[in-house]
Design a protein around this ligand. Structure first.
Ligand code: SAH
Length: 496
């Protein structure tokens, strides 16, 4: 994060704006809206500033800038559109320790004026840190068209009932639930539709009912939501997953769930990592079950975040059964499982009509070692096999499938860290699957695809130099032995 975003109160506070042209007028508008006492210093100014000055909304002094203008200002903005003036203003402000923004000159500025979506008191500020202003503009246009015009009215409406709600619903957690229901409910819809009077009547009715319900709500039992977090890319979360995550008081997650996804939880939510961190104790399934139950029984809403889909090789069923025995409510939010996520990211059509009218998902590890599966059935043609947790047992997988009659040259694809920025995709043949995996030294979560569709995979291009180095070395350094790839340990990181 290159800039730290804050919302600064400028009401009745002095701000210096240097310059009087069109750019200065553009910068003046949000400053004036925020209630700043703006002093414009510029020898000439355009009509908008003349008008604001004669109406007494701002002060204009028709003279050149001097460093003595800076002390006492909360902010300085330079829109002089003159390099020398901008430089002098920036220097004076920096010397006086006053934050300065020079329009379109990040190197002279100590703060940015972001693009704004103004639904006061709701404000959205967008910045690309100068890296992609057009992208920031697109985001702003998107938000402008998606955020209801009456959003500010809704926030003010809620504010006007804050004290009343506090008096009726004493418990903080119950109050949060009240407001969550309110913003999703019919009263809010009326406010957004501009029907404020009717909304007020309804709100009073709602509060009267809530007074009676408050006690019951306060004692409401917690619940657990098993949430599929998808294969890694946060964009692959579902809307429902996002909502459940943001409502949770406690988030329990493991190593397949990246920090970008956990970050969607509320700031004040407790986060509990139960994965296998390097060198640290990893929670057993029994400990995880007990932890989920403990939080839920204490009345908290627990988000149990799992990689992919919670019910696909994720032991979601075991957690559900354990909680159900204790009469704890459990919901499941499905997620994009590694098979669909990674195959899409690698360009592999899982059930291509010409090659695979059928597909099977297999776990490389069963409860007691090798999975109990029908190998001859898996070895038949015209299907895709997607193997989870298979990298460390690639050797026996290969032997079993070939032993059961599958062609040794059946195409395979291996996807590591699918959908993430460090995704790697390699392809080969079944016979050499173990060597393919070993050779690339995969350490992240790895998915294996076996079948004709594997041929469609868009392979990650290796960096040119390392790939060519062994071939070039003898020519470059005739006396140095060519390095041989070192066999890597079976992958522990990917076991669940
Ligand atoms: N519930 C998860 C699977 C958990 S089992 C789901 O539905 O996806 C863990 C295995 O999933 C890993 O060993 C790996 O085989 C696979 N996996 C999960 N995320 C992956 C990713 N981003 N890339 C490749 N494989 C992944």
């Amino acid at each position: 994060m290159q800039h730290f975003p804050i919302f600064l109160s400028l009401n009745q506070r002095p701000v210096l704006l240097v310059g009087g042209g069109e750019t200065a007028a553009r910068k003046l508008r949000p400053l004036a809206k925020a209630g700043a006492q703006v002093l414009v210093v510029a020898e000439t100014v355009g009509p908008e500033i003349v008008e604001a000055a004669s109406a007494g909304r701002i002060t204009w002094q028709a003279r050149p800038f001097t460093p003595a203008d800076v002390p006492g200002q909360v902010l300085v903005v330079s829109a002089a559109e003159d390099d020398d003036v901008d430089r002098v203003v920036s220097k004076a402000a920096k010397a006086a320790g006053v934050p300065v923004n020079v329009v379109d000159r990040p190197s002279l500025s100590t703060f940015i004026m972001p693009a704004l979506v103004d639904r006061s008191p709701i404000l959205v500020a967008i910045s690309s840190g100068g890296a992609a202003p057009i992208l920031a503009r697109n985001i702003r246009a998107f938000l402008e068209s998606h955020l209801p015009a009456q959003l500010g009215a809704l926030a003010r409406f809620a504010d006007s009932f804050r004290d009343a709600v506090k008096a009726v619903v004493g418990d903080a957690a119950a109050r949060r639930r009240f407001w969550e229901r309110f913003f999703d409910g019919p009263v809010a819809t009326k406010v957004l539709a501009g029907e404020t009077t009717r909304a007020r009547e309804d709100m009073i009715g709602l509060l009267n009912r809530s007074a009676a319900l408050a006690e019951a709500t306060e004692n409401q039992a917690g619940r657990v939501t098993l949430i599929g977090a998808g294969p890694g890319d946060p964009d692959l979360l579902t809307f429902r997953a996002l909502r459940a995550l943001q409502q949770a008081d406690v988030v329990v997650y493991d190593q397949l769930v990246g920090p970008e996804i956990v970050d969607y939880a509320r700031r004040d939510a407790e986060r509990v990592f139960v994965g296998k961190a390097k060198g640290a104790h990893s929670a057993s399934q029994a400990e995880i079950n007990a932890l989920l139950a403990e939080h839920a029984l204490a009345g908290r809403r627990v988000a149990r975040l799992k990689g992919g889909d919670p019910m696909v090789f994720g032991r979601g069923g075991e957690e559900m059964a354990y909680l159900a025995e204790r009469h704890i409510t459990v919901d499941v939010v499905p997620g994009i499982t590694a098979a669909t996520g990674c195959l899409a990211a690698a360009g592999i059509p899982l059930t291509h009509r010409d090659h695979a009218p059928m597909t099977t998902f297999i776990a490389g590890h069963g409860k007691d070692g090798e999975p109990q599966v029908d190998w001859p059935a898996l070895a038949r043609q015209n299907q895709s096999l997607v193997i989870y947790m298979g990298a460390s047992v690639a050797h026996s997988l290969r032997d079993r499938l070939i032993g059961a009659g599958m062609a040794a040259d059946m195409p395979v694809a291996v996807i590591e860290n699918g959908t993430r920025s460090n995704q790697k995709v390699v392809t080969g043949e079944l016979a050499t699957l173990p060597a393919l995996i070993r050779g690339h030294g995969f350490t992240g979560p790895t998915l294996i695809v076996v079948g004709a569709v594997a041929r469609f995979a868009r392979v990650t291009r290796p960096a040119l130099l390392p790939a060519l180095l062994p071939a070039l070395l003898p020519a470059l350094l005739p006396n140095v032995p060519v390095p041989v790839p070192v066999p890597v340990q079976p992958m522990l990181a990917e076991a669940v």
